[in-house]
Design a protein around this ligand. Structure first.
Ligand SMILES: Cc1cc2nc3c(=O)[nH]c(=O)nc-3n(C[C@H](O)[C@H](O)[C@H](O)COP(=O)(O)OP(=O)(O)OC[C@H]3O[C@@H](n4cnc5c(N)ncnc54)[C@H](O)[C@@H]3O)c2cc1C
Length: 449
């Protein structure tokens, strides 16, 4: 370790923030599983063994649903510590787990009643389909299966983000149907007053978290700050910066490296919302996003009018100095991935190296700002241009030997990387090869699961 790369003692918490938040989530699951299993063990089973198994799966379906809602609640406590990207990946896998538990619950219910009545399962299926409580459960299960199919990678690739999102919204209907189904069906948690209170209090807690994170906080923030477009500044042929002003911005809780989900009424439809990072650290007077034109919304941002209302959700994301472990940082950006990197450079002090990968110097948007900031912070800035693999020796700045050559003390640095998925993945592979501790590696991929 060189004299300039001393371990960062300043703000380093004893337990990393993401570990704290994950601990809270797993504690939620573990404690409620324990309570649920105790209730199950001490309650009467179903009318036969198969129906008892069905009950067991049904109870888990409800708890998995609650966990799903917590994962997507966008509560600042979870989002800032774990990050929306990771929470979304977990949500995806927990979603598929939910699917299998729903299938198991439904199958055992049908088999259980078929065995009880001594008839074929298909007859039981149609008989159950005429019982109101069961119809609700079946409808909820059908929606869950449909949404799960739409989320399989192949299907997901075939539809626009908005279509997929709209289909996902059906899950709220499944949630409502599932809740009524639970209310109508005699279940494990209705065995005593205590268990009933526990169960509905748990649901109330989860639904309140969801409403707070998804509705109350965003609406409150937008009413409080009244965001408006302050200026639109082209940065290149296809990149534009939008400055957003508003009221009480000195109380805006955003940090460098975070992103917001932006809606521009009049520019795009109300259901279209796009995530863009803050390309400048929040300064109490304005916010800034810098967008590369890739589709209709991002390409059209240069036509926004000054004074237009903006509705922005967030700030979101864990790509911040809150997760920093060391006094020394390496910031790596590729293309428009410079946006959160630029704001991190603005916010952070210490021993910083910035690597900015762009096809040509002309493609390096915000570069003059970056140079000024690097000079002010005493940071070392490298612009890495040229086509990857071109020339002799091949241009491969993120190969382990080349990266180590540029940043010899890399293993003692916190590395923040943001760029196109291929570049980000290449850098992450190299960091693993160079044995940079996992805890020091932070990536933003500009895409959710
Ligand atoms: C956390 C995060 C931060 C980002 N920061 C920046 C940034 O600072 N600068 C920048 O230029 N780009 C950024 N992006 C990428 C940017 O969001 C997309 O390029 C933009 O949304 C494209 O929208 P469009 O309507 O112009 O194009 P479209 O052609 O309509 O969309 C292209 C693709 O963008 C994705 N997309 C669109 N809307 C959303 C949404 N609401 N949520 C997730 N994905 C969506 C979808 O995969 C879609 O297929 C970021 C993305 C994420 C996830």
């Amino acid at each position: 370790m060189t004299a300039t790369t001393q371990p960062y003692t300043g703000a380093r918490p004893a337990i990393p923030p993401s570990t704290v938040a994950q601990g809270v989530l797993w504690a939620f699951v573990a404690v409620n599983l324990l309570v649920m299993w105790t209730l199950f063990a001490t309650s009467d089973g179903g009318k036969n063994t198969i129906l008892t198994i069905a009950k067991f799966f049904g109870m888990h379906v409800a708890l998995i649903m609650m966990f799903q809602l917590l994962l997507i609640s966008r509560l600042p406590f979870l989002d800032r510590r774990i990050g929306m990207d990771r929470l979304t990946v977990w949500h995806r896998w927990v979603g598929f787990t939910l699917l299998w538990f729903v299938v198991a619950h439904a199958t055992f219910v049908i088999l259980g009643y078929a065995a009880l009545d001594g008839v074929a399962p298909w007859r039981t299926f149609f008989a159950l389909a005429s019982v109101p409580a069961t119809i609700l459960g079946m409808s909820a299960a059908t929606i869950i299966v449909f949404v799960a199919i739409s989320s399989v990678r192949y299907a997901r690739r075939k539809m626009s983000y908005e279509t997929w999102h709209a289909i996902h919204f059906l899950l709220y209907a499944a949630l409502l149907l599932g809740l009524i189904h639970q209310f109508l069906e005699p279940a494990t948690f209705q065995t005593s007053t205590w268990s009933t209170v526990y169960w509905w209090a748990l649901w109330a807690l989860v639904l309140t978290s969801l409403a707070m994170g998804r509705v109350v906080l965003p609406v409150y923030r937008n009413l409080y700050h009244q965001f408006r477009v302050a200026a639109v500044v082209p940065e290149s042929d296809n990149v534009v910066s939008v400055y957003v002003t508003g009221r009480n911005l000195e109380r805006f809780p955003g940090r460098a490296g975070q992103f917001m989900i932006w809606r521009f009424p009049g520019h795009n439809r109300w259901w279209q919302a796009n995530p863009f990072s803050l390309s400048a650290a929040p300064n109490g007077r304005s916010l800034r996003l810098t967008a590369k034109g890739v589709g209709k919304t991002s390409s059209g941002l240069r036509n926004l009018r000054v004074g237009n209302r903006v509705f922005a959700e967030g700030p979101y994301g864990a790509f911040t100095a809150m997760h920093r472990n060391s006094e020394a940082m390496l910031l790596i950006a590729g293309g428009v991935g410079i946006t959160p990197i630029r704001s991190l450079l603005e916010e952070c002090g210490g021993n910083i190296v910035v690597l900015y990968r762009a096809a040509t110097p002309a493609d390096a948007v915000l570069f003059p700002e970056l140079q000024a900031l690097a000079q002010a912070r005493g940071a070392r800035l490298h612009l890495l241009t040229g086509r990857t693999g071109a020339g002799q020796p091949p241009n491969t700045p993120f190969e382990p030997a080349n990266l180590l050559h540029l940043v010899p003390d890399i293993t003692h640095r916190d590395v923040f990387v943001c760029g196109p998925p291929a570049m980000t993945n290449a850098v992450l592979r190299t960091l693993r090869t160079l044995r940079v501790p996992k805890r020091q590696v932070h990536a933003e991929k500009f895409g959710f699961a």
